[in-house]
Design a protein around this ligand. Structure first.
Ligand code: F6P
Length: 532
């Protein structure tokens, strides 16, 4: 707590200064970190050398290095579920060696990856066929971590697609599966049921619907089903041939699972070679995370900047703003990654958390967001730290002029947040337009930008599979570091359970086979309104 108190004092002492005043010739270089061609610039924040030193001391005192070693070694750091946390094993190099429960886990990881690659290749080259011949469409049915990772990454890597079309269904709302299956040919469609537990109600309901849809045209629909799950007995009971079931261990959390079989739909879309590059990017970030000193360590510094803004400055949300249209689903993916991991109110030992939990994460790609919610980011009364992401180059060589415009907009937004526009500057602009007196003053006041609003930029060359792997591993480790410093368990998710239980109990109430006794008045009245 002494470290927190020191930081709080630094925050109070520096709260009113202008970030712009911190800039000298060295600041941009000194307050940025690079890793394998990627640059993280946090110089446009109110962090100075003293604050950074105190943040790093906090990380050291919180045992981040020791906890990191424990995670990579396969210790059961997910205490409430008694599990190791080893998504890093899914992308570990040939020379690594990780033991869980006295067993080397990498040979099995690599065996399952090969099985997934073989199946993906067979679907892509037509050696696996549906009743109507070569597979034209793949539908991944999953939710949360069994959907967001592959859905986000498949969109992100669309320039690398050379396999069949891939679709994603997650919502239990029948509209989702209806609209997805509409127009697909059941005879040339492969359904992948992706569910770690194979019990999730949304996924199993959608899988049943897909099975019925397929049964209308395909003699034995189960032959066009594959599954990704840790529950092999359940997939067998569902009728899916074990040769098309790809398992993984309980030490891979749902929101950390895109690197393994849960990435099957992505493997089918981009092929094993590109998927290998995706893993290589993540592995490079793992190595960087393991070896770089804290001040030069991108995940550590990204986490510390986040803690500074949320826990110390009191900014409760952070906006993730990719200037990269294909990262449109990244904010949603990060919402699960960060909010399901660090949205906890108690520490590992069950005591109340001494600080706030992780922040609200939200965002949309630029430039779209600029024409929607940036108004509040620039002139609203709350400060929202912004995290921009931008590539040096796009994939569309013939549209380089559009990419330049995109980059200019990204940098301009960060600059505007930093610099702002003072009342005097606004007055001068209105005076130039010929306004005077009260009219000038009124118009000028509406045009003031307070500025001094923090932002960071994550810059990379191009959104390749390698770079996407780096970005996702960076955010995974950021979540780890934030959780380690807050002292909570980033790897369970008990907060999703209560709603699930109540939904099950409400089904008979809505069907009319059970009454509303014991329900609060609002729920009972809504049931009465919504019951068909
Ligand atoms: O309800 C939350 C959750 O358990 C997530 O953590 C998980 O990613 C998602 O549901 C889906 O779970 P499953 O893969 O077991 O269907």
């Amino acid at each position: 707590m002494e470290k927190w108190a020191k930081l709080q004092a630094l925050q109070t002492a520096t709260a009113n200064r202008h970030i712009l005043d911190l800039f000298d010739e060295a600041r941009a270089a000194e307050f940025s970190v690079s890793a394998d061609g990627m640059l993280f610039d946090y110089s446009k924040t109110n962090i100075d050398s003293a604050t950074r030193a105190a943040l790093v001391e906090l990380a050291e005192a919180s045992g981040v290095a020791e906890k990191r070693a424990a995670m990579f070694a396969g210790d059961r750091i997910n205490l409430t579920e008694g599990r190791a946390v080893l998504h890093v094993a899914l992308r570990a190099g040939e020379d690594a060696s990780i033991i869980v429960n006295g067993k080397y886990v990498l040979p099995e990881v690599s065996r399952i990856r090969s099985a997934c690659y073989d199946f993906a290749t067979a679907v892509r080259d037509g050696s696996f066929v549906g009743q109507g011949g070569k597979i034209t469409d793949v539908v991944n049915i999953g939710i949360g971590g069994s959907d967001l990772g592959p859905a986000m990454a498949t969109l992100a890597l669309s320039p690398y697609h050379d396999g069949p079309r891939v679709h994603f269904v997650s919502n239990v709302d029948g509209a989702h599966i209806h609209d997805t299956l509409k127009g697909l040919n059941p005879e040339t469609t492969l359904i992948i049921v992706a569910s770690k537990t194979f019990t999730t109600i949304e996924t199993m309901t959608n899988a049943d619907t897909a099975k019925r849809w397929m049964a209308a045209k395909v003699a034995n629909p189960a032959t066009q089903f594959a599954a990704v799950s840790t529950a092999s007995e359940k997939t067998l009971a569902y009728g899916i041939d074990p040769t098309r079931v790809f398992g993984f261990e309980d030490w891979v959390g749902g929101r950390y699972s895109v690197w393994g079989p849960i990435g099957l739909s992505l493997m089918i879309a981009i092929g094993p070679a590109a998927f290998d590059q995706f893993l290589a990017g993540a592995r490079a970030m793992d190595q960087h995370f393991l070896t770089a000193p804290f001040t030069q360590n991108m995940p550590v510094m990204l986490a510390l900047v986040g803690l500074w803004h949320n826990q110390l400055c009191g900014h409760a949300t952070r906006a993730v703003l990719p200037y990269d249209q294909r990262l449109a689903r990244l904010p949603a993916y990060l919402q699960q990654l960060e909010m399901e991991s660090n949205g906890k109110r108690v520490a590992l030992d069950g005591s109340d958390l001494a600080t706030h939990s992780g922040p609200v994460v939200w965002g949309e790609p630029g430039t779209n967001g600029q024409h929607a919610f940036y108004q509040l980011i620039h002139q609203g009364t709350r400060v929202i730290p912004c995290e921009f992401l931008v590539a040096r180059r796009g994939h569309e060589a013939d549209l380089a002029h559009q990419h330049l415009l995109l980059v200019a907009n990204c940098l301009a937004q960060a600059e505007a947040l930093l610099r702002g526009r003072s009342l005097d500057e606004a007055r001068a602009i209105q005076a130039q337009k010929g306004l005077m007196g009260d009219a000038l003053e009124l118009q000028a006041r509406h045009r003031v930008f307070p500025g001094n609003r923090p932002s960071t930029v994550l810059a990379y060359d191009r959104l390749t599979p390698f770079v996407l792997g780096q970005i996702l591993a960076l955010y995974e480790h950021r979540v780890f570091v934030e959780g380690a410093i807050l002292g909570l368990n980033s790897y369970d998710q008990w907060g999703v359970e209560l709603g699930k239980e109540l939904a099950v109990a409400l089904q008979p109430v809505l069907e009319g086979t059970a009454g509303t006794k014991g329900k609060d008045g609002s729920t009972a009245a809504l049931v009465a309104f919504l019951r068909v």
